[in-house]
Ligand binder design. Structure first.
Ligand code: MN3
Length: 199
């Protein structure tokens, strides 16, 4: 079955003034759709290769699969990680775990913000559950998939590709990151944490 673009659970303008309506519309409807299309295209090509037995182009298509597949997966998490009436700090088990693994929420937030702000070119800031070590970690991913950690489960993802902020923030990525904390849906992050730690 081909992959499909999931609809946003809130209006394009729901994250104003922190993330503007036009950016959300372009980002969701065009950019994310392109990753869905790229993923479907790669899977079709791989199916064809298995049918014909001709794997001469497999290296490039595996690369496309990882890029577009990660682009699709990351954005699905990113949209759900945000919402109107977001922000604040996480309570419960997630809040306690952040305190344990990073020292404090403020230390975590500073670490995550710095990691995301300094990604070279396009990428993501990520809070993940490292299932092999049993701890929360911050990752700074390049493109959609590089510098990941296999076995980690992303819980909170911040898109720092220029398409995520350039219309409103131009080259001021740190200002976008600072504003983004106001739209984080911690309930969604806590649900992901509960799911990841019960696996
Ligand atoms: Mn994006």
């Amino acid at each position: 079955m081909p992959h499909v673009l999931p609809p946003l659970a809130y209006d394009y303008a729901a994250l104003e003034p922190h993330i503007d309506e036009q950016t959300m519309k372009l980002h969701h409807d065009l950019h994310h759709q392109a990753y869905v299309d790229g993923l479907n295209g790669a899977e079709e090509k791989l199916a064809k290769m298995r049918e014909t037995g001709d794997f001469s182009a497999v290296q490039a298509v595996q690369r496309a699969l990882a890029f577009h597949g990660s682009g699709h997966a990351n954005h699905c998490i990113f949209w759900e990680n945000m919402g109107p009436n977001g922000g604040g700090t996480p309570a419960g088990d997630l809040g306690a775990r952040i305190q344990r693994d990073f020292g404090s929420f403020d230390a975590f937030q500073a670490h995550f913000s710095a990691a995301a702000a300094t990604v070279e070119g396009n990428g993501w800031g990520i809070l993940a559950w490292d299932s092999s070590a049993g701890q929360l970690i911050v990752l700074a991913s390049m493109n959609h998939q590089n510098q990941g950690l296999h076995g980690s489960v992303p819980l909170l993802m911040l898109d720092v590709w220029e398409h995520a902020y350039y219309l409103k923030y131009q080259n001021k990525r740190p200002a976008y990151i600072k504003a983004w904390w106001n739209v984080v849906n911690w309930e969604n992050v806590a649900e992901r944490f509960a799911g990841a730690t019960s696996m």
